[in-house]
Structure formats: structure tokens, C-alpha cells
Design a protein around this ligand. Sequence first.
Ligand code: SAM
Length: 215
Amino acid sequence: NFRLATSFDNQAQSAFLRPNPRLEQCLANSTAKGLPPISVLPMAGQHLSILAQIIGAKSVLEIGTLGGYSSIWFAEAGAKVTSIEIDPKHRDVALENVKGLDAEVILGAALDVLPKLAEEGKQFDMVFIDAAFEDQWEHFDWAVKLTRPNGCIFLDDVIPTMIKDGQTKEGGETILTKIGRDPRVQATLMPTVSCHPMVPTPVFTGFVLAVVKVH
Ligand code: SAM
């Protein structure tokens, strides 16, 4: 099954991905500057871009910039990107990589920056959460407040946060039960399997996609 998954993943990657010098340069510059190789995979970036285009996103809020790889996908999909990054080195590299695009990077911890954006009355068409597993619920809660009605929230890497010591956490509270009880959103879990160049076996993860109904 692993071999099958790898084969389809490779086939889709070579069939669907088009050369993009800016994205390639972003990864090369990020590696050269010593950033960890933890940006979304190219196919996941393309997925985010397609989603942004489907909902006609003109504004995207991103939590976790790293070197700006996913920011570039959103900006090239036609959205103005506001991205939050806690690490000044990552922010600096991201600024180099997104130069000339409609993207700003706010330096700070998301839980400090998000309330300020809400206070300013900011509303986004889409929020992409890709940082700090331990704060996922708080990030999601702020994201709901910052998303316009019928906009969407993409919460990445939910499955790894629900697995402890190789076991799923049975019963009790998880990010899924919290989101499920939230009347402001309608949500789905999309489990994913992908092949990461740095990892020998396919990686099982998954994301929650939610549409915001009311605030
Ligand atoms: N979205 C990026 C991409 O696909 O190119 C990858 C983001 S990487 C997985 C996570 C980033 O979030 C790291 O650069 C990390 O420094 C940043 N980060 C971690 N905790 C944070 C926090 N509390 N607030 C803002 N950024 C944070």
C-alpha cells in the first residue's frame, strides 16, 4: 500500500505541477539560509491555491510563514496575503522570497497578533493555520472571528496532534470534538497521505476544512 501511495503521489506530482521559478527559488533560498524543510509540499500548495481560487479569495490570513512558500501560492492565486511569523529569521527570509508580491509578514506570536487584527476589524476570505500544534484550537477560534461569513478555514496537520505515543487519543476532548461543538462553523476532516522527500515512508496527516456560518 505504501508503494502504491508513493506511485500515485509521484505520478500526480509530475502530471499536475508546472515549473514555477519563484516557488523553486523560494525553496532554494530557504534551504540556503538554513530554514527547516517544513513548508507545505508542492501538491499541497497547489491544493491551497485551487481552494483560494474556487472561493475567489481576495484576502488570505496565514498563521506560520516560514520562508513564504505557501504565501507565494496564495498570492499567485490572486489574494492579498497577511502572514504571521514568530521567528525573525524566518520572517527575513520570507520577505526576500515574497518580494514584489502582495504579501505582508507580521512578526509576532499568533496569539498576540490575532486579537490585534480582530480589534482593527480585519476580515479575511480564508485563513490557513500552519503553526504551533499546541495552540491549534486557540488559532482556530480566532480564525473564525477573522473570517467573513461563508469564508473558509484550513487547519493543517490535525492528525499528528491527535496521536500520542503512536496511539490515537480515545475519548475525551480533541480538536475535532471542539470544532464539532462549535455552532459557528461547518467542518470536515480530510485525512491525507503524501510522500515527503525527507521521509522514507508516506506521511499520514490530514486537515480540517471549515466554512464559517456566523461569528
Ligand atoms: N506555511 C509555511 C509554508 O507552507 O511555507 C510553513 C509554516 S511552518 C510549518 C511553521 C512556522 O510557524 C514556522 O516558521 C514557525 O517559526 C512559525 N510559528 C511557530 N509558532 C508560531 C506562533 N505561535 N506564532 C506565529 N508563528 C509561529
